[in-house]
Design a binder for this molecule. Structure first.
Ligand SMILES: [Zn+2]
Length: 124
């Protein structure tokens, strides 16, 4: 089977989002090499499931997240505070976050260390 990159998987998942505005795809890369995807989904009354939480709900919580790949059609996208809480709960200490905006050239992607996005999060 062809080895598809996490960004490609996140982009394919993003395309399935039913959001009328911001469409987000996520691929979690776990410490054991497993890749888990998720997308944001909007309910009839405006409730939303964010892409990161969609993917986290599917993971085996005993295996830490090594990296988070996000693709969005929003500039300067980063996980929101609620998603950061979920990610920090299940991520490794050195988890990285890679973000691409589909409207920008590939070279314009941004990289963060997860813990730097929420520096005052309580110690685990
Ligand atoms: Zn979120």
């Amino acid at each position: 089977m062809e080895d598809v990159s996490p960004f490609e998987l996140a982009e394919k998942e993003r395309e399935l989002s039913n959001s009328p505005r911001t469409k987000v795809g996520c691929c979690l890369l776990l410490k054991d090499g497993t890749k888990i995807v998720g997308k944001n989904t909007v309910g009839t009354f405006g409730t939303t499931i964010h892409a990161e939480v969609s993917a986290i709900a599917r993971l085996n919580p005993s295996i830490k997240i090594d990296a988070v790949f996000l693709v969005a059609n929003a500039s300067m996208f980063t996980p929101c505070g609620a998603c950061m809480d979920w990610l920090l709960q299940f991520a490794s200490e050195d988890c990285m976050v890679f973000v691409k905006n589909i409207d920008l050239p590939k070279a314009m992607g941004r990289t963060y260390q997860l813990k730097d996005l929420m520096p005052h999060y309580p110690q685990r």
